[in-house]
Structure formats: structure tokens, C-alpha cells
Design a protein around this ligand. Sequence first.
Ligand code: ZN
Length: 185
Amino acid sequence: MIDQEKIKEGVRLLLEGIGEDICREGLMETPDRIARMYGEICGGMDGDAGEVLSKTFISERTEMVLEKDIVFYSMCEHHMLPFFGRVHIAYIPDGRIAGLSKLARCVEVYAKRLQLQERMTEQIAEAVMEHLSPKGVMVLTEAEHLCMTMRGIKKPGSRTVTYAAKGAFRENRELQEMFFRMLER
Ligand code: ZN
């Protein structure tokens, strides 16, 4: 659970640390505002991907399902700065399919916490594999990291791409190629 009092205290220290006057008007409400904001942007900490993906439908289909361009916002755990972009999830059903909004909600569970893009991509793939039991799953994430674009090496617009392939997608190159072709459409 998020401890808002601790966050407020931390933000006050941070403001003092950078030489701010925590009593000036513009900053009076800032610790409070940030504490509430963290409840939202780290709200995935209390989420349960298993619960999100528990609503499934029986289906005979075995063709690839691709849910693409799922927009997400997350926070890099090294700098606590945002990284954001799109996640694409493909799976080969094996008797069950998920409601389409459920994949997007699964992304939220793992995005709304301090993260690494590589780990988030892997966790989403693992969650779909575990809770939907498909023949295979492939997840591709492309994101811009503010810790790379507003500080450090400052390369605006550069994107980091990570992917995870499980089951049939791991073994079958043709399936992977089909996934990339479908992404281009
Ligand atoms: Zn970073």
C-alpha cells in the first residue's frame, strides 16, 4: 500500500535539497499533490494480472490474435522519470481468448510501478502465458525514456525496443515474421 505521509515527507526533503523554499505559495500543496499522484502512477503495485486476465471466453480459433498500439506510461526505476510508448501483444489461443480490454489492463498492472522496460515486457508475456495458457505469446514494447532524452545523452525521439517470445513464438520463426508483418499494417 502507498504511504502518502512518507511520500509527502520525502518530497519536502527533496525540495529543500534542491534549495527551494517549501513555504512559497506555488509549492505549498506540492507534497500533497505528488503523494496523490503516486497513488495513481504506481497504482499497479496493488494490481493482479491474474485477476485481470481471469475473464476469458471459450474459442475454437487458433489463429494469431494481435492487440497492437496499447499506449502505456511507466516510471524508470533508475531515475524515477517517465518512460512511455506502445506495447503490442500477440498470442495463439489454445481454447480460450481474453476480452480485448483485458490485455490493455494487464499492461497497466505492470506499467504503473517503478519499472525497467525489459522486465515489463517479460512480465506481460509471462502473465499472458500463465493466465491465458495460449500456445504462444509475443510482446514487443517501444518506448521513449525521459532519462535518455531530457538528461544524460539527450537524444530526443530515440526509442528503445524490447520483446519477449514464449511457446510457439519462441520455436517458430515464421510466426515471429508474421507478427512483425502484422505490426506494419
Ligand atoms: Zn532511467
